[in-house]
Design a protein around this ligand. Structure first.
Ligand code: DX5
Ligand code: ZN
Length: 221
């Protein structure tokens, strides 16, 4: 049986002046989780939202919130993001001096640990600690901005990660982030992704978010 494909709308594409309305709308539209992009202006050349915004939105939804930390040494903030309501804490392999210790800190704070890989980082970067990782986030654009085009050359990395996990006999949730829309989601799903982050692909879908979420979820063969 094919796995349930989870859709994680990225709030970066929401209307920040009416964030509460956007959150209610994506929950009603059938989203499985919420993707919350945190950027520090250092790991990536952009600055977005952080702990006070997470605290403000937490009471508005029951959906799990995935905090995508595009931040240098993100584990410094694990406890604060956990207290603010994060469920999944996705940290970049490239941003951590000691990835294993950073994952331990994430779990100690009570969150699921995700590891994100920038386009230039190979799947092999996480092979040594694969059994410690519950979820991987393959960046299919350079992190930093929404609305960029999907990089099809990342499809091979998705499949490599799926095969690595199978060989190791470990459960690994594979998520993808960047340029995921109806016309790119199918390839990502067929390559092995089971969670699809989508910002502009969901929020700007011409037929509305419910139709967009369903179309992206069902885009695989
Ligand atoms: C980019 C962020 C993404 C972004 C995706 O660095 O990590 O989550 O919001 O936006 P779309 O889906 O529009 O490419
Ligand atoms: Zn993201």
């Amino acid at each position: 049986m094919s796995p349930h494909i989870k859709i994680s709308p990225s709030l970066l594409a929401a209307d920040f002046a009416h964030l509460a309305d956007s959150i209610t709308a994506i929950e009603e539209a059938g989203a499985d989780e919420i993707h919350f992009d945190v950027m520090d202006g250092n790991f990536v050349p952009n600055i977005t939202i952080g702990i006070p915004v997470l605290e403000a939105i937490r009471p508005l939804t029951k959906l799990p919130i995935d905090v995508h930390m595009m931040v240098v040494e993100p584990a410094r903030y694990a406890r604060e993001f956990a207290v603010a309501g994060g469920d999944i804490f996705t940290i970049h392999a490239e941003a951590c001096d000691d990835l294993e210790a950073s994952l331990c800190d994430t779990r100690a704070a009570g969150m699921i640990g995700g590891v994100s890989l920038k386009p230039d980082t190979p799947a092999s970067a996480i092979q040594p600690i694969l059994p410690l990782i519950e979820r991987v986030l393959v960046m299919t654009v350079e992190p930093g901005f929404g609305g960029q085009p999907f990089m099809p050359e990342m499809l091979r990395k998705i499949t490599e990660l799926r095969d690595m996990a199978r060989t190791a006999g470990t459960d690994l949730e594979i998520a993808v982030d960047g340029g995921i829309k109806v016309d790119t989601a199918g390839e990502a799903i067929n390559a092995g992704a089971t969670t699809l982050v989508s910002g502009t692909g969901v929020f700007n879908f011409p037929g509305g978010m419910k139709t967009g979420i369903e179309a992206i979820r069902n885009a695989g063969s």
